[in-house]
Design a binder for this molecule. Structure first.
Ligand code: PXG
Length: 445
């Protein structure tokens, strides 16, 4: 099917939109504009087809243009476009929470709705502090994040995050009392590992040092991504997450898994916690929850956390937190339709079936020019390129751009090319992505 080409925007028409996480001047000098999407593909404004190797931005897990979602959203808009959830409710919000609880890791059957990953993270951090206070441990206010972590762009998420460019400008505005674990990326020990690297579980023991430094009684929670995405796909060494769990348990510290990109089937189970058999106390999600169709996030909590709040007079609000659009009916409708698709098409486990082929395909790039690492898990892949002297990120950007010109959309972070295709991907499309990347890398100095 051909898209109707749309008139290109003039340079002046590109001025007003201050684009997020984008080199605005570079982009506006040479814009990449998408007009339409269906299944595994986008079409550009000039009608060119592009294979989507990143599920939009790690969110369109069931592929583009799903009619059931469109219909559910349309019907909801026609029935009731908005209803408040402060001291009011509407049925599908409760239905969605129940449906999510049913696929969640063990015990995580309480759900707080937000509108994005960033809001989910800030919500989880606030719940963690309030939980300890509700139990009489109000001095537990510290957070431990991790170097290279990405937890969105709110003040809380930025503070526990560990990506220097996201932090350095805002140093004096950080949430106080945050420390960081070391990241687990180590090419010297782990380059070209297939799946989880075997070296590095001991890095979790650094948590004990931070506890010794600050004292457990001051720490509310540890927050990590089970697999770090934004920093260029960093996998947890075998045993690492279990070790973090043990240390948190021993010290009464909550463990928060940020599953904004790993949630909803990316790792071959509904959530990475299930793939790695480690359960957190709080779990942040967004993206795949609605297949990217409507903004929505959700924080999952262990029941014990919710129950800790359910004390005091019954007419007292237990948590002074929430968003006008928490459990927005249109987002709920989109999420329910998305869950139906995931269930009917087995998409929450399909990545596990495809993972061996995906792994072989991405690791075929080992030995290609400038490739210094290949990483994979579930339907996540990353190829790290050697940086050009004095120009970090330049080679990665060239590769990203050429892939796009040759009809494949990948994601670039520095000199890492990351891939996270829709979970509906077919083997021939995996081959196409890797062939394009192979050619582009070969043709890029
Ligand atoms: N936590 C994690 C782990 C994320 O990956 C967020 C929180 C924030 O979500 P929102 O919805 O507020 O953007 C994210 C977002 C990429 C990329 O390709 C990743 C994200 C966003 C944009 C790009 O690296 N993750």
């Amino acid at each position: 099917m051909n898209a109707q080409p749309k008139p290109a925007l003039s340079p002046a028409e590109l001025d007003a939109f201050w684009m997020p996480f984008t080199a605005n001047r570079q982009f506006k000098a040479n814009p990449r504009l998408l007009a339409r999407a269906d299944g595994m593909r986008y079409w550009t404004v000039d009608g060119r087809e592009v294979l989507d190797a990143v599920a939009g931005l790690w969110c369109v897990n069931a592929g583009h243009g799903r009619r059931e979602i469109t219909e559910a959203v349309t019907q909801q808009l026609n029935t009731m476009e908005f209803a408040p959830t402060f001291q009011m409710g509407h049925p599908i919000a409760f239905e969605l929470a129940n449906r999510l609880a049913a696929i969640a890791p063990p015990g995580m059957d309480r759900v707080f709705f937000t509108n994005s990953g960033s809001e989910s993270v800030d919500t989880a951090l606030k719940i963690a502090i309030a939980y300890h206070r509700a139990r009489g441990a109000g001095q537990r206010t510290r957070f431990i994040g991790r170097e290279k972590g990405y937890h969105g762009v709110g003040f809380g998420g930025m503070s526990v995050g560990g990506m220097v460019n996201n932090r350095k400008i805002f140093g004096s505005s950080m949430v106080p009392g945050v420390d960081h674990l070391p990241h687990t990326l180590d090419l010297g020990h782990n380059a070209f590992s297939r799946g989880l690297p075997h070296w590095g579980a001991h890095l979790a023991n650094e948590l004990e040092r931070l506890i010794a430094l600050h004292d457990a009684s001051t720490i509310a929670a540890v927050i990590v991504e089970p697999i770090a995405g934004s920093a260029g796909v960093i996998l947890p060494p075998v045993g690492y997450l279990k070790r973090l769990r043990e240390i948190c348990d021993k010290n009464d510290i909550l463990l928060i898994f940020d599953e904004v990109i790993t949630g909803f089937g990316r790792t071959g189970k509904p959530f990475a916690a299930q793939s790695f058999d480690v359960t957190a106390d709080l779990m942040t999600t967004a993206k795949g929850l609605t297949n990217g169709a409507v903004p929505m996030g959700a924080v999952f909590a262990q029941r014990k956390i919710y129950d800790a709040f359910m004390q005091g007079p019954e007419n007292a609000i237990e948590l002074f937190h929430g968003y006008t659009y928490s459990a927005h009916p249109v987002a709920c409708a989109a999420a329910l339709a998305t869950l139906d698709i995931y269930e009917r098409e087995g998409l929450l486990t399909r990545a596990a079936t495809l993972a061996p082929k995906w792994e072989d395909a991405v690791h075929s790039l080992r030995g290609a020019k400038n490739v210094i690492d290949v990483r994979n898990y579930g339907l996540i892949g990353a190829v790290e390129l050697d940086s050009r002297a004095g120009k970090p990120g330049a080679r990665g950007f060239d590769v990203f751009l050429k892939c796009f010109e040759r009809g494949v959309m990948v994601r670039q972070t520095g000199d890492v090319i990351a891939m996270s295709p829709p979970l509906i991907i077919e083997e021939k499309q995996i081959a196409r992505i890797v062939e394009t990347l192979t050619e582009v890398i070969r043709d890029t100095d």
